[in-house]
Design a protein around this ligand. Structure first.
Ligand code: C2O
Length: 378
């Protein structure tokens, strides 16, 4: 008799020290969840109001860019200023990801089966929910319900100078370089210890690092320095094409291994991660380096959020790319159940099925170029 993974009040109570790649992680949230746990309900949308749009960061310009950068940085300043006792504080925001990423939570009724939302089929929906609540908290702090976490469109390899037309409202400009609004050391969106790759304007995102070689004891992988920009772009397009259209051409291959109550947490990215999680996602965590390098600390770097917004957008792109590209239909996936705090510091219980559609949650993504990798000829 199979059952989905479920996180409950009891799971929080039983939270214990976790680890990732042998490195201990102490990130349990307070053991008792004070106050009620409410069932998540999607926002009530006004059908005559256009959806909020998460845009490609590299296509913002002029006044819109300036206003956005200011707001974003203010949001993180306010979030960092909240006391740790507040689950909306930045420390608690990244702490909860750590708990979900290091086997700190134990499956109810077991004393050794740990839980991880990575390396398996809960990866995409759980992260959509995580970014969703994080964005809500920023909105609340900024007192602006229209604020969006725009995305780092790193897979967009279109020409760097061409901003050919926002004719259809889409973004056709390369998103290969680190978003500058996250790279100002005087602002709350900065992380000091990123790898030098992220700071070097001549080192574009390299999506073609083989995630199976991810090895903490060897340190961040070094990317070949001798590749030209054109070669890196070629490899990125090839990798995206393969992981989305050939290797990733079935539900499990793309979404990741089935993982249910009673299953041990998959260990290591090689054992069950779907194609996007395993390859480009891992490569990008390595490319940024520093806090982003380890699951236990990744969202301590605010660039985690526009990065994961793009992964979420790409999940929708994948679904649109073929008849075999479908979400799992098993209730063990759909009823996977998790807890996260919302913008009012209230604990929400949500299920995978609540996070299948960005539009139902009130937002959409600005369209961006994918042709260079979708139509890539391997
Ligand atoms: Cu929860 Cu990119 O990781």
């Amino acid at each position: 008799q199979s059952a989905p993974i479920k996180i409950t009040r009891e799971t929080f109570r039983e939270c214990r020290r976790g680890q990732w790649a042998g490195i201990p992680a102490d990130c349990c949230p307070p053991k008792t969840i004070d106050g009620p746990i409410i069932d998540f309900s999607p926002p009530k949308l006004n059908p005559s109001k256009p959806l909020r749009v998460r845009k490609a960061l590299q296509c913002l310009s002029g006044k819109e860019l300036r206003t956005y950068t200011k707001k974003l940085q203010k949001g993180y300043r306010l979030m960092r200023a909240l006391p740790d006792t507040d689950p909306r504080s930045y420390a608690r925001q990244y702490g909860i990801h750590c708990a979900y990423a290091t086997g700190s939570f134990i499956q109810d009724g077991s004393n050794n089966l740990t839980i991880d939302v990575h390396v398996g089929w809960y990866f995409h929906p759980w992260h959509r929910a995580y970014v969703y609540f994080h964005e809500k908290i920023l909105q609340k702090l900024l007192n602006d319900t229209e604020f969006s976490l725009h995305y780092w469109n790193y897979d967009n390899t279109n020409s760097l100078d061409k901003n050919e037309a926002l004719h259809d409202g889409g973004c056709y400009k390369s998103g290969l370089y680190f978003p500058p609004m996250y790279n100002d050391p005087t602002k709350a969106t900065f992380q000091w210890n990123r790898s030098e790759r992220a700071f070097d304007p001549k080192r574009p995102a390299d999506l073609a690092f083989d995630g199976t070689r991810y090895n903490i004891s060897l340190g961040p992988p070094s990317f070949p320095d001798n590749l030209t920009l054109a070669q890196i772009i070629w490899r990125n397009n090839e990798l995206m094409h393969r992981t989305f259209l050939t290797w990733g051409n079935s539900t499990i291959a793309f979404m990741g291994k089935e993982y249910r109550e009673g299953d041990p947490q998959a260990l290591g990215i090689a054992n069950g991660a779907g194609m996007q999680e395993k390859y480009s996602h891992t490569s990008m965590h390595c490319y940024v380096g520093g806090k982003m390098f380890e699951p236990k600390s990744a969202p301590e770097d605010p660039v985690f959020f526009p990065f994961h917004a793009n992964l979420e957008r790409l999940w929708d792109v994948w679904l649109s790319l073929g008849d075999d590209h479908r979400n799992p239909t098993s209730s063990d996936w759909l009823d996977g159940e998790f807890l996260l705090w919302d913008e009012n510091a209230v604990m929400n219980r949500f299920r995978v099925r609540d996070f299948l559609s960005a539009e139902a949650l009130g937002y959409t993504y600005q369209k961006a170029n994918v042709d260079s990798w979708v139509n890539f000829d391997t």
